[in-house]
Design a protein around this ligand. Sequence first.
Ligand code: AMP
Ligand code: MG
Length: 472
Amino acid sequence: MLTIPFQNSYGQLPPRFFTRQTAVPVRAPRLIRFNTDLGAELGVSAKDEAAVANVFAGNDVPPGADPLAQVYAGHQFGGFSPQLGDGRALLLGEVVDTHGQRRDIQLKGSGPTPYSRMGDGRAWLGPVLREYVVSEAMHALGLPTTRALAAVETGEPVYRETGGMPGAVLTRVAASHLRVGTFQYFAARRDIEGLRALYDYTVTRHYPQIEGPAHLLAEVIRRQARLVAGWLSVGFIHGVMNTDNTAISGETIDYGPCAFMDVYHPQQVFSSIDAHGRYAYDNQAHVIVWNMAQFATALVPLMPDQDAAIEEFTALVHAMPEQIETEWRRVFGRKIGIENASAEDAALVTDLLERMAEGRADFTNTFRGLLDGTARDQFIELDAFDKWAEDWRARIAQERDPEAVMRAANPAVIPRNHRVEQMIDAAVSGDYAPFDRLVSVLARPYEDQPEAADLRRPPEASEIVRATFCGT
Ligand code: AMP
Ligand code: MG
């Protein structure tokens, strides 16, 4: 048997916060992978593989679990849905990890819930492996994110546009699953008591030092500004930055049609459902401000003087672009070897990015290539790079250790789309070696790993993935 030291708190919130239910058992659970390091952090130890598979497929409810589906709302592509919720997920419960942090353990793909609408509550292998690989890579890159604790095959088919696909369940670990949309749910129903209970819960769980909703808003804005700047710095495109996919904890959450860019283009979109480019690479910095405005709106009913609150919250939201800009300058400055970049240094970065867009340069390999002189190979017109590099070399001559700074800011390897797709194709036909290899190489993204040179190579024309699909 598998023991998980649950210490649940969400289930003590009022009943209208969730629906208690258990997972729908599956036919033949088979463990794909258990994240042993993360398990150790959470106090989850797994000896017997079958027991692990049964628990993380949802077939066995481990002692102390309190499975429930959370309700929330959210703006999806700008339109408000007053009721969403865990349509294919179940919170098993919470544990307090070895650092004293409370973490959620959630099954994704565990069967329908009252919030499934037309969905089957299931996930197929592709999105489960994609989330496993990309979320773990994000963590290794040093960005706040939900984690992957386990992936299990269900032994049952899941039917999608492409036909019957192997079913799977992902076990996700999160600082919490509180979303901007959770606040919106209670605010939209004018359930002030519920909103207050949610606020109190959030403060206790994530922000014990804060005083009042304005302070909470300011803190969430600070974390989200840092997160989105971090995404931009590694070429990450979330793909579905709906308010229900924006976590109050400041973690990256809900890996659906997300992708890392190969060739740099500021308006790059991959998601097949993002027809208008709302969540394009560059727009993420604007959308997160919009999402924080929705969060602010949902907090207003908590305030005794709502007019004054609107004024105060508006000022906080309006100050966010500058915070993002500051974070952006910090992280991108480091990518070209400069600590504490100035406005002038930021212009040097922008200049490079413009030349990269024009030259169709590979985002990751250009920045990493600044270390070993291969950056210029990324450009069609070598001149474009050489001109920039002259100013850049003069500038970093004044820095103490630009190489060390760049090495820590520019990953050598990222989960490239074509590699993720190839890995999924292999897994569907029963070969998990590419999955295991991606997971292990991406655990050390800032190391050169010469044996993984093929994973650093941009896609050949025939390998380019132009669209990514939601995790449904
Ligand atoms: P997401 O794209 O993951 O943010 O999902 C949007 C909403 O659709 C969430 O409320 C999900 O729970 C729900 N959903 C997505 N896929 C499914 C599915 N296969 N079955 C039931 N609900 C789903
Ligand atoms: Mg979601």
